[in-house]
Design a binder for this molecule. Structure first.
Ligand code: S3P
Length: 172
């Protein structure tokens, strides 16, 4: 049983939601997808929030929803890739949860997100360049985690198994 929420961070396409679902099943606890919580609370899609209200409005909703879900226990929480930008979010996640960062390379992101239309920050003909800039900017924030796991070349099951081993070590 988890005593603190297990929080997955990582760039778009790092597999947070897929790994989170597997982990929640294995741990026998509920799975929460922060993006889905925001969409449910706002009654609008993420694309629509970005397009009509702008990124900052989305970030404010993201922080509010994080505060709600981080207090539910037990839980496995998959966050959106940009949750780590705000100092307060990182500090709340580190204080209240166990933060697992899923690392992913630029080529993998491009492969996994190929054709995606539901991510406003992954769009346009120059997506590879903007993704690279975003990844570079966020590197320092993703490092703020209890453990970092590289996901390149690994299956969802492999990554989940690595996290479960880490949780066992924490308990030992
Ligand atoms: C974002 C990542 C998305 C979503 C939004 C912004 C980001 O979540 O929160 O489009 O800033 O990296 P995923 O990481 O689940 O794709």
């Amino acid at each position: 049983m988890l005593e603190r929420p297990l929080i997955l961070t990582g760039f778009m396409g790092s597999g947070k939601s897929s790994v989170g679902r597997v982990l929640a099943r294995r741990l026998g606890c509920p799975f929460t997808d922060l993006d889905a919580e925001i969409v449910a609370a706002a009654g609008r899609s993420i694309n629509d929030i970005f397009a009509r209200d702008g990124e900052q409005a989305f970030r404010d909703m993201e922080s509010e929803c994080l505060e709600l879900v981080i207090n539910r226990l037990p839980a496995v929480i998959a966050t959106g890739g940009g949750v780590v930008i705000a100092d307060r979010n990182r500090s709340r996640m580190r204080t209240l949860g166990i933060v697992v960062n899923l690392g992913v390379s630029l080529p993998q992101v491009m492969k996994r997100l190929h054709g995606a239309t539901d991510r406003p920050l992954f769009a346009g003909s120059d997506a590879a360049n903007s993704v690279k800039l975003l990844m570079d900017d966020r590197k320092q924030f993703y490092a703020d985690a209890d453990i970092r796991i590289d996901t390149d070349g690994k299956s969802v099951e492999d990554v989940a198994a690595e996290i479960l081993r880490f949780l066992e070590e924490l308990r030992a």
